[in-house]
Design a protein around this ligand. Structure first.
Ligand code: PLP
Length: 217
């Protein structure tokens, strides 16, 4: 191996934040093996807000960091890679090789600056609404939250209603004006973001209930 990568928060685990002790152990392993440690921090601002730490604290054990400006920070576009000067020089070269070079990217960078300056603090609202959604749907028959603990802005749940597939569930939900997705077999993912209000969370819970009642058991 040439690098160790950790994703924090970890999407497939339900947007859970990695324990600091685990990161420390992996840092030690990386040092023992002489490997760089990279943070896939696509949602690292969510991890920081959820663990009441600064993004810099979340990044301190890593040699390089990537984070998304879209997703919860709500810029229309873009991600950042951070690291040492020689590392970034290599990153620029690879970006160009892979066709990722952009001209006149400044107008997109200005949206990213707005995201960084104005959107970070509101992530706590996305997290609160994820908790709210989880509370509203956790007792609906046919729904099992997985995981049942929610750290950030994502709610994952398994469908446990005979005869109702995830694609059919998602299509029926979409007809009721609510869009969700799926990342693995049998599991639905709901993502909260700044355009989703408390009222929308109510609408979402009602739509889920209505689909499960309308569809065959
Ligand atoms: C966890 C994670 N890592 C990395 C990426 C890649 O981001 P980008 O395509 O902006 O480089 C994504 C994007 O969806 C992601 O969710």
């Amino acid at each position: 191996p040439g690098v160790i990568v950790l994703e924090n928060p970890h999407c497939q685990s339900g947007g859970r934040v990695l324990p600091a002790s685990y990161i420390k152990e992996v840092r030690e392993l990386a040092d023992e093996r002489g490997l760089p440690l990279h943070l896939d921090g696509a949602r690292v601002f969510n991890a920081a807000i959820a663990s009441k730490r600064t993004p810099a604290e979340m990044a301190k054990d890593f040699d390089s960091v990537m984070f998304s400006l879209s997703k919860g920070l709500a810029a229309p576009f873009g991600s950042m890679v951070c690291g040492t000067r020689p590392f970034i020089d290599r990153v620029r070269r690879y970006r160009k090789l892979l066709g990722g070079g952009l001209r006149q990217a400044g107008f997109m960078a200005s949206a990213a600056i707005v995201a960084l300056q104005t959107m970070v603090d509101q992530l706590i609202e996305d997290h609160r609404r994820a908790q709210l959604l989880a509370t509203k749907i956790r007792d609906i028959p046919g729904i099992r939250l997985e995981p049942s603990v929610i750290d950030t802005n994502m709610v994952f749940f398994r469908l446990e209603q005979d005869g109702l597939s995830v694609p059919d569930f998602l299509a029926a939900l979409s007809q009721r004006g609510v869009r969700m997705g799926t990342l693995r077999e049998g599991v639905v993912r709901a993502v909260l973001h700044y355009l989703v209000s408390d009222h929308d969370v109510d609408t979402t819970a009602n739509a889920i209930r209505s689909v499960l009642q309308a569809e065959p058991r």
